[in-house]
Design a protein around this ligand. Structure first.
Ligand code: KG4
Ligand code: ZN
Length: 336
């Protein structure tokens, strides 16, 4: 079936058309079109996303994106829109637009959880030879607002086994970027700057790494960096060393807890998802460790790791197969 999706939960306006087939054990996807209009440049001067501005831009961007998709409505079987978590005014723009299109073209409409969309995003990039993801699996979702470890017994049945007790990983990247004078969003900036630095230059604390639980804490790391920088004059070398050392610390923490989870739950696979999954050193390092332990590793292509609408089609198709329904209303604090 063909799924048309809309995502407006934060600062990307996105629509996609995805072909989906297969049963719940091995759903298959082919992204036919995926358009994203990023508002990053507009929000950058504010150092973060302004909800009112995001809403205005989504309203402006949705009609031209719809036009670019050149939708063949005859072939669309299902529509889906992300209903949360996210910024409430931003979410509403996508929901209202989706409702209008669904009514006009008489298509069924599903509400999709943004976190489930991230979780299922690696399915969009499965290779032909991988018929499905061997289960049980550990899912690590790392985004601007969330850091979650899941034990997946089935593709659509999971248990939350760990999460951050304070800042999300993406948030830590963004805050540390600001501390060293890099613009928003901090993740890609830190990654780029870290390439010129020494990851072993500074030893930062790894909060909770030795605790047996599978939770995370990143605010102490950010505070440690604040104090480390307090009496120092910023230089390109210091900036690069802090970026590289911070990034390495975060990667070490994520790897340690994810592998511990995999061991505890007898996992056969590890699935990495969310905006921070676009971080190349994290992808590479986690993949290497996971493979070394004899497990399978899955991550979405870069374009489907950060916010996009194609990932919503993966979640919508799974929900459709399972008959799972969300109320189609903005749910800013929706969780897993
Ligand atoms: O999933 P996402 O696009 O939006 C949310 O659902 O939050 O994730 C955005 C987060 C931001 O904090 C951003 O700094 C981070 O993902 N991010 C990265 C990279 N690209 C995006 N973090 C580290 N390295 C990257 N290359
Ligand atoms: Zn996201």
């Amino acid at each position: 079936m063909r799924v048309l999706t809309i995502e407006t939960s934060c600062d990307e306006t996105a629509m996609a058309v995805v072909e989906a087939k297969g049963g719940i054990r091995s759903p298959r996807f082919k992204v036919l079109k995926s358009e994203i209009s990023s508002q990053i440049e507009l929000h950058r001067p504010f150092g973060g996303v302004m909800p009112g501005l995001a809403k205005r831009e989504h309203l402006k961007n949705l009609p031209p994106i719809e036009k670019t998709l050149d939708i063949d409505w005859e072939k669309v079987d299902l529509m889906a829109v992300i209903i949360g978590p996210g910024l409430e005014p931003a979410l509403w723009t996508g929901i209202e637009y989706a409702k209008k299109l669904a009514k006009e073209h008489k298509k069924p409409l599903l509400g999709v959880n943004h976190l489930e969309a991230h979780l299922y995003s690696p399915l969009l990039s499965l290779k032909e030879r991988d018929r499905n993801i061997p289960l049980p699996a550990i899912g690590l979702i790392v985004s601007g607002g969330h850091t979650i470890l899941l034990a997946l017994e089935k593709i659509d049945r999971w248990k939350k086994i760990g999460e951050t007790r304070d800042d999300a990983v993406g948030e830590a990247f963004d805050k540390v970027a600001r501390l060293v004078g890099l613009p928003y969003p901090g993740g890609p900036e830190i990654q780029k700057t870290a390439e010129k630095g020494n990851p072993n230059a500074i030893v930062f604390p790894k909060p909770m790494i030795n605790q047996k639980n599978l939770d995370f804490s990143f605010s102490g790391l950010k505070t440690a960096i604040f104090y480390y920088l307090r009496d120092k004059k910023m230089t390109p070398k210091l900036r690069a060393d802090v970026a590289a050392s911070f990034q390495k610390t975060v990667i070490d923490i994520l790897i340690t807890k994810t592998l511990r989870a995999a061991w505890q739950y007898g996992a056969k696979s590890v699935v990495l998802a969310g905006g921070v999954a676009a971080n190349k050193p994290l992808r590479d390092a986690l993949k290497k460790k996971v493979k070394k332990d004899g497990l399978n590793f899955y991550v979405a292509g870069l374009q489907y790791s950060t916010d996009n609408a194609a990932m919503a089609a993966a979640a919508a198709y799974v929900d459709h197969l399972k008959g799972k329904r969300y109320r189609i209303t903005a749910q800013a604090n929706l969780n897993l």
